[in-house]
Design a protein around this ligand. Sequence first.
Ligand SMILES: CSCC[C@H](NC=O)C(=O)O
Length: 137
Amino acid sequence: MERAIIKDPVFLAVISTAATKEDQVIAQDLLDTLTANQARCLGLAANMIGASKRVIAFFDDKTPVLMYNPIIIKTSGKRYESEEGCLSLTGVRKTLRYEKIKVQYEDVHWKRRIRSFQGLSAQIIQHEMDHCDGVII
Ligand SMILES: CSCC[C@H](NC=O)C(=O)O
């Protein structure tokens, strides 16, 4: 079910706790909210829909990907400055991102996976993982 996007900076500053297998409803709502907002949204973290759990969802090209408990286990390539917006705030801000990342996570079926990403997908994942740590660009 689509949920409203939270904009309260105090709530968004809370560090999210580890997700468990029981968090499927949050995961499905996150995917529904991502899909419902696809015209203006590349990715979401669960705290943006009111759940302080480490779950993110994003479009990898056009395919929605869900990650429980993402951890960056390797970075490579240069660190570059990007300019990003966020549904939880107005305007854009500059930040630093790694060009390539390797991420460990549990997938939508709660299967442990390790995948490499680069470019825009890597950028979105880093943005959403910051949300899990209570950081907004
Ligand atoms: C380029 S990273 C931007 C990600 C952003 N999502 C908000 O958490 C969005 O615009 O969807």
